[in-house]
Ligand binder design. Structure first.
Ligand SMILES: [Zn+2]
Length: 298
């Protein structure tokens, strides 16, 4: 069997088993007293946690493949390996298809949104802009600018892929929905810190929702296809409006601390991937040989 083919099969096999098990692992809830920006970061991390072991195993397997001859001597019957990895291969194919389809399909007519992955831009419907007063327009603009600053269209697209890789379990979808809700709260708060009034932002959201087509209001399409919107998820609208009408929470330097925390987390992850890769180079063949011998003896 070709080395790269076996690498993909093993990655699908290990990744599939680990992800499908970890998606059931209970994660600590988001504390309601946590600073909003921290809560959004934690919700984002909770979405990716079941996939992180797959990335580590992937790095380890890449290290193993580096020192393997091509083609590889089949450790076990290739038919068994292919059959075993088929279920997760279908999940990955589904996730890939949905990710591509969300980019290629006819764009949904969203009155105010942010689009674009690397250089996001804010899009306003001229019809809606005429219906909003200056303060509402400014509030909506600040909300969307916050989405653009954090490249949220790209993050939403990636989060959708992460959720699809944990299909079909509802816990992954719940974590995705929770993160989206936190994301909108955080961007609302950021807009208010930048000078927007909570009342103006709430009235801009309601006006946008009234202006949106019934199809848009009814469908859960607002966060698919790498688009972040002013409306957010209509199902969370009541809680969001209540937050906007409440006084703005006291701001402290937690945001800076979170930025440092995120960078530290990324550094730890990259270091772990490098170590896993090195271990794959050194011990990959021995470990895989033992693993296959043990599996075959069962
Ligand atoms: Zn938004």
């Amino acid at each position: 069997m070709g080395r790269e083919t076996l690498l993909i099969i093993l990655l699908l096999l290990f990744g599939g088993v680990v992800t499908q098990v970890l998606v059931w692992f209970p994660l600590p809830g988001l504390h309601h007293k946590t600073q909003l920006r921290n809560a959004e970061r934690r919700a984002w991390l909770r979405l990716w946690l079941p996939l992180i072991p797959t990335f580590i195993v992937g790095a380890w397997l890449c290290g193993w493949a580096l020192q393997e001859p091509d083609p590889v001597h089949d450790p076990v019957d290739s038919g068994i390996l292919i059959t075993a990895c088929l279920p997760y291969a279908m999940i990955v194919a589904r996730a890939g298809f949905r990710a591509i389809w969300s980019l290629l399909r006819e764009p949904v007519d969203i009155p105010i949104c942010t689009v674009g992955f690397l250089q996001p831009r804010v899009v306003f419907s001229p019809l809606l802009a005429r219906r909003l007063d200056e303060a509402q327009l400014q509030a909506a603009w600040e909300h969307e600018r916050a989405h653009a600053r954090h490249r949220d269209p790209l993050r939403i697209w990636l989060a959708q892929i992460a959720t699809d890789l944990q299909w079909p379990w509802p816990s992954a979808r719940e974590r995705f929905t929770t993160w989206l809700e936190m994301l909108e709260y955080t961007r609302d708060e950021e807009a208010r810190v930048c000078g927007a009034s909570g009342v103006d932002l709430a009235s801009a959201i309601l006006a946008t929702l009234r202006h949106a087509s019934p199809a848009l209001r009814a469908q859960n399409v607002l966060h698919q296809g790498g688009v972040s919107t002013l409306i957010g998820d209509p199902r969370a609208l009541q809680r969001r409006i209540a937050r906007l009408l409440a006084p703005l929470p006291r701001q402290d330097d937690t945001a800076t601390q979170t930025g440092v925390g995120s960078k530290a987390l990324i550094a730890v992850l990259i270091s772990t991937l490098i170590v896993a890769y090195a271990l794959g180079v050194m011990y990959g063949e021995v470990v895989l040989h033992l693993l296959f011998a043990w599996t075959w003896s069962l």
